[in-house]
Design a protein around this ligand. Structure first.
Ligand SMILES: CC(=O)SCCNC(=O)CCNC(=O)[C@H](O)C(C)(C)COP(=O)(O)OP(=O)(O)OC[C@H]1O[C@@H](n2cnc3c(N)ncnc32)[C@H](O)[C@@H]1OP(=O)(O)O
Ligand SMILES: CC(C)C(=O)C(=O)O
Length: 605
């Protein structure tokens, strides 16, 4: 009796008599074709413990890119591509690598010979070679590893599921077990005496094989190969074609884990594919259920929808505080190498590695990320920790992109979905401009208008252009700062000289700084500027930096902002007031300044 329950959907679509919110029309999809027994392997588990477990350590990782990944490529890797991929995996820290199917092609065979005859495989890296249970092919496989100094695993496979037995191999259970054992005997005869060689067996399509039969065949193999804790046998249980929900696979693995005859002499391995898009979940639940080793491919290359993605699996552990034991500190270099070898691009939304996965376009996410970064920096400083060692809690970023060697450049990008936080973040991170909150709101409206009208992304140089166009208009000849000086002997005295509409005016003011002095002189000549607040920041342009003063003031249409920039803070402030005065004059009709539409170059992709 099994406690596995059939898919039941208590809230599923019921066409008649169900509440209106739950009514859906039956589709024309021929789903009934897939309900037959081949997708329903009953697991005789009365109870399972995997739901109670948590991942606390990395499993043994075995990339199979050079075999399973390679056999799925339209253009299999040439020797140079294989070698580059292999060297990458070694650098990343993988200690067991399936390098090919030596009996399948000369390239695969020659690559194993290269490993045997060169030193590109460090001696602590185990080399796995793959073979079907056919004597001629086993012979060729064993021959390929002749003279190799590294530990070697000979990995033999045969499909065991009913459809494969009936349709492909045309054998019943007993006769197929005999074929497998014959292959196992060949392996033993040809390689059993080689001390550095261990054995692996995969009942291909394990996930669609009756559990009692999988157990029978696996136990027969560990008996034949005399698995011991000192020379354990790897039993690799593939979800060759993923067909059920991950909990079913976890049950299947836990069943084997509990019932295998020589459990302490077995390394229990899994090999999920991704047909349902749940390969990662299958692998993770399988490890909870007792698997110690995971085979997969980097970025999930492999037959059809691919093998389970080892990058995602490892970085999922990292994101949970568990050391994946593999180095991902330059994810982009890893990605480039894999893309080169496979000639397949990694999707921009691929977990952890895609171009867009550390990027927020939407306003509320950007706001939260900006606040999160600020809080992170403050907490690091308060606790005396380096920022890259400080516990991470930035909203919307599951891990620090810097862990993967990524900069923060792409974290925030602006388009019509963005808000003030993201715009302010880009101006601050790219140009050092810290905007006061009310100016952020004002600027966001202008950027939004621009992004809505073009429908395009707005990059940092374009944001700066909008900012400058809006708040730092160039001098118009009506107002010019001729001189500004402040003396602090016997109290502050500020002298200011302006050209106002072509006439030179000057004044000297006791006890005030440049803002009040310029405002006073302007007021004496009929230009009333009412400053509400003042904000000092800076503007980085290349290697140099200028002071930037932003003043909030009353304009003809309400409160607005003007700015001034200069190497000197005092002069920058005076320019900011002149900017405000230009707005006032424009409102009085004494200046040609008016809102001009801004035309920007589109962002280059
Ligand atoms: C799930 C997996 O990834 S399994 C690995 C799949 N990878 C590959 O197939 C890539 C490399 N394969 C090859 O180069 C070739 O298929 C070879 C060299 C292995 C065999 O080539 P061929 O001798 O031409 O046989 P072909 O591939 O057409 O058919 C396979 C035969 O082996 C049998 N067979 C399939 N798998 C196995 C197995 N694991 N053990 C024993 N026999 C098997 C099939 O039933 C079929 O037998 P038949 O000819 O009596 O009907
Ligand atoms: C035979 C095994 C390891 C395999 O590649 C699969 O089942 O997908």
């Amino acid at each position: 009796m099994s406690t596995t329950s059939r898919i039941s959907t208590p809230a599923g679509p019921v066409p008649d008599g169900s509440p209106a919110w739950n009514r859906q029309r039956r589709s024309q999809m021929p789903s009934h074709r897939y309900t037959d027994a081949h997708s329903r392997v009953e697991v005789p588990l009365q109870e399972r413990s995997w739901p109670l477990h948590r991942l606390t350590a990395a499993p043994l990782w075995v990339p199979v890119d050079l075999r399973d990944g390679n056999q799925a490529l339209a253009e299999p890797m040439d020797p140079a591509r294989k070698r580059r991929f292999f060297e990458l995996m070694v650098q990343m820290g993988y200690k067991e690598i399936e390098v090919g199917y030596p009996s399948a092609s000369q390239t695969d065979h020659d690559f194993v010979r290269l490993l045997a005859e060169s030193d590109i495989a460090p001696e602590d890296v185990t080399i796995v070679v793959f073979t079907p249970a056919r004597r001629d092919l086993v012979e060729r496989t064993v021959e390929s590893v002749r003279g190799i100094r590294n530990p070697v695993v000979i990995h033999m496979y045969t499909a065991t599921a009913p459809t494969w037995r009936d349709v492909v191999l045309r054998r019943d259970r007993d006769s197929l077990r005999e074929l497998i054992l014959a292959g196992g005997r060949d392996v033993l005869e040809l390689a059993g005496h080689l001390e550095h060689v261990r054995f692996e067996f995969s009942p291909e399509v394990f996930n669609l094989t009756e559990p009692d039969y999988a157990l029978e065949v696996c136990d027969a193999m560990t008996g034949l190969w005399d698995a011991t804790p000192d020379r354990p046998v790897i039993l690799n249980l593939p979800a060759t074609v993923e067909i059920a929900t991950p909990n079913v696979y976890a049950d299947q693995i836990e069943y084997m884990h509990r019932n295998l005859a020589r459990r302490d002499a077995v390394i229990l391995s899994v090999h999920p594919h991704n047909d349902r898009g749940t390969g990662v979940a299958c692998a993770e639940l399988a490890v909870l259920a007792g698997a110690q080793r995971v085979e997969g491919c980097l970025f999930g290359n492999g037959e059809r929808t691919g093998n389970v993605d080892l990058v995602t699996l490892a970085l999922n552990l990292h994101a949970q505080g568990v050391d994946p034991m593999i180095d991902f500190s330059d994810i982009d270099e890893i990605r480039r190498t894999v893309e080169h070898s496979n000639r397949i691009e990694v999707h921009p939304r691929h977990p952890y590695a895609g171009d867009l996965v550390h990027t927020a376009f939407s306003g509320t996410h950007q706001d939260a990320i900006k606040k999160g970064f600020a809080e992170h920096r403050q907490r690091a400083a308060a606790e005396g920790l380096a920022e890259d060692q400080t516990p991470w809690r930035v909203p919307y970023l599951p891990i620090d992109p810097a862990d993967l060697g990524r900069s923060y450049d792409a974290v925030i990008r602006v388009n019509s979905q963005s808000g003030k936080g993201g715009i302010a973040y880009l101006l601050e991170s790219d140009y050092g401009i810290e905007l006061p909150r009310r100016l952020q709101v004002d600027l966001a409206g202008r950027v939004q208008q621009h992004a809505d009208s073009t429908g395009l992304e707005v990059d940092a140089p374009q944001l700066l252009e909008i900012f400058e166009h809006s708040y730092l208009p160039s001098a118009d000849g009506l107002l010019e700062l001729l001189d500004l000086s402040t003396e602090t002997r016997d109290g502050t005295r500020t002298r200011v000289a302006l050209r106002i509409a072509g006439v030179e005016r000057s004044g000297s003011y006791e006890g005030v700084g440049p803002v009040e002095a310029v405002t006073s002189l302007l007021g004496e000549h009929g230009i009333d500027v009412e400053i509400l607040s003042l904000h000092q920041t800076s503007l980085r342009a290349g290697a140099s930096s200028e002071a930037l003063t932003l003043v909030e003031h009353v304009g003809p249409a309400g409160t607005t902002w003007s700015g001034g920039r200069h190497r000197s803070v005092l002069t920058a402030s005076a320019h900011a007031v002149l900017g405000a005065a230009r707005v006032v004059m424009a409102g009085q009709g004494t200046s040609p300044q008016a809102e001009q539409p801004i035309a920007l170059q589109p962002v280059r992709g």
